[in-house]
Design a protein around this ligand. Sequence first.
Ligand code: DX5
Ligand code: ZN
Length: 217
Amino acid sequence: MIKVAPSILAADFAALGQEIKRIENADYLHIDVMDGHFVPNLTIGPPVVAALRPHSRLVFDVHLMITGPERYVASFLEAGADLITIHAETGGHLHRTLTQIKEGGARAGLALNPATPPEVLRYLVELLDLVLVMTVNPGFGGQAFIPGMLAKIAAVKQLLEAAGSSAEIAVDGGIDAKTAPLAAKAGATVLVAGSAIFGSADPAQAVDEIRRFCSGR
Ligand code: DX5
Ligand code: ZN
């Protein structure tokens, strides 16, 4: 079953509490954290996540686009993150940071920028609950889906299967009713979408539509 993860980056930041009530039929709430260093944009931090936590029953899926993510894992765990994804390109001790997330009681994800090959997953597989294949260069919403990433989704799927892993495969960037089925067909099981959901007049319907298009109905 495909899961849909609306990204609040495309929501009205002046009314986040109400915005997340509009997509209660989704699976995950995707929260994009940017530091103006790893990516050329700044967004939100742990206090906003903590403020939103009592307003939603969705799985809080925190996407850390920050340098040195190990410095903030504890704060996001405390704020109520259920799943924390770090970027492979942040380097450092990825194994240690993923372990830190899991020992803190959350699920752990690893994100790959478009230029990053899937091989980086190989020796981390046992720690991974999710692999996030970026289908745009991270930093902004509303960018166009990069079609070359479909082959990477398939390669990630193969690598995970060969390792006996049941980690989810998520895609993020330029996902809409047209690109979602392509990503799902290649092996994605979690679809992150910002503009296609919060830019729609009826976000809940947009969530359903993405699910329906992926199941071919
Ligand atoms: C991009 C973020 C995405 C973004 C997706 O750096 O990680 O989650 O919100 O936005 P859309 O769906 O508009 O491409
Ligand atoms: Zn994201």
